[in-house]
Ligand binder design. Structure first.
Ligand code: 5GP
Ligand code: MG
Length: 191
């Protein structure tokens, strides 16, 4: 709850969602605790190994930065970028590669780090794209998972939080490219 005299947090700018109120969904403390748990599991899995941690731009950069700083195993990083939602809140349906990885992942252990799985189309696309190159293993991590909506036929190894089918922002996730710097996850209020 916002304190008396405190303005509710809203989407800035002049875009379609400008002025929409935000509602806290996952606090900074909850995120930190969960990221620590996932990092411990990932560290155990890769003890003595050196995975390539591939962040999916742009949304995963905050989660990825927090996650890797909690790892006790060796690792390398790389990034891949897919076409985003654009200015709309709905998935475009056909993922498109905007920037490929620059590491040769053949024979390597790969950990793909996503911000959120909505329909699951992006993660399916990425998984196939990486598997084509012949890595030793591919492991999938996502901070957020819209469990009632995602239609995927493969397991996600690490899920931070299952969330309802709401549009969320903060902790790397944007609305019209804004609000990525919020340190917790917020949902846009629906009217
Ligand atoms: P999917 O292919 O699973 O439908 O969508 C995946 C991508 O869409 C995510 O990586 C993310 O970039 C974007 N996305 C999906 N849901 C949300 C959301 O609630 N908020 C934001 N900011 N982006 C989302
Ligand atoms: Mg993403």
């Amino acid at each position: 709850m916002a304190a008396l005299n405190e303005q509710p947090l809203t989407v800035p700018g002049t875009g379609e969602f400008a002025g929409t109120e935000l509602e806290l969904l996952i606090s900074r403390a909850e995120i930190d605790a969960r990221v620590t748990e996932i990092a411990d599991q990932v560290s155990n899995k890769y003890t003595g190994l050196c995975p390539i941690v591939i962040g999916v731009l742009n949304g995963s950069f905050v989660f990825m930065a927090d996650l890797v700083r909690k790892l006790s195993c060796d690792f390398e990083v790389d990034f891949i970028k897919l076409a985003s939602y654009g200015p709309a809140k709905k998935s475009s349906g056909t993922p498109r590669l905007l920037k490929d990885i620059s590491t040769d992942v053949a024979g390597r252990d790969v950990l793909i780090v996503e911000d959120i799985i909505d329909t699951g189309l992006s993660m399916a696309f990425l998984k196939h794209r990486i598997e084509e190159v012949g890595p030793r293993s591919v492991t999938l991590a996502t901070l957020l998972y819209k469990q009632d909506f995602a239609r995927i036929d493969f397991p996600i190894d690490y899920i931070g939080f299952n969330i309802p089918d709401r549009f969320v922002v903060g902790y790397g996730l944007d609305v019209d490219q804004k609000l990525r710097g919020l340190d917790a996850v917020y949902a846009l209020k629906e009217n």
